[in-house]
Design a protein around this ligand. Sequence first.
Ligand code: ADP
Length: 226
Amino acid sequence: MLRVDHVTQRFDSGSKTLTVLNDVSFEIEEGTSCAIVGPSGSGKTTLLGLCAGLDRPTEGTVELCGIDLGPLDEDERAEVRNQHVGFVFQTFRLLPTLTAVENVMVPAELRGTSGARPRALDLLERVGLADRSDHYPAQLSGGEQQRVALARAFINTPSILFADEPTGNLDEETAATIEDLLFDLNATSGTTLVLVTHDLELAARTARPLRLQRGQIVEAEAMAAG
Ligand code: ADP
């Protein structure tokens, strides 16, 4: 489902070169869940961006859903995302001028799928927001906005979902509800889940917690050992 092979990412900042990822390799199988943990600045978001084809690595290969992203241009990578990928972000990223149901429909409309509205309403019901479908993001709490974002992420039944600190902006109780929903939707849809978080408990709920440490990936067994 996702194969990261000898990926290195460097950034030039003035006279210095920063190596954020240093020869990272791992594979994630279809339908499973994994978490990438690590402190702020360890390169989690950078890695997620490379996995999702938002950026290109300095060196190495990323294969998503059997497609080598390397030779593809930006438009072609966007098309792969359209067809296969869902996203959830820490800051929800709903479009403020659209209602909840319209936000949920956006990825389906980008893909040209018909029957998006009934499916969007179904998903809003699943996340417990059936009565908020015509509300605008500004009229919803943070937790409610993230539920809308979850419904949006699943509208196209993506092969793989990338979630970047999905509960990072929420209080503990709301975060727990969002986590349960995320794992529930993940389990019932067969979508592969790749979660980025600094929350070790959340990471431990996935099948495979991986830690980013000095630009490299360390498996969970080593994580327990510190
Ligand atoms: P995390 O998600 O773990 O907090 P990031 O992936 O956001 O970490 O960032 C890792 C490091 O790479 C940081 O030091 C950040 O400043 C740097 N970085 C990220 N993107 C860029 C960029 N486009 N240009 C220069 N430096 C960057």
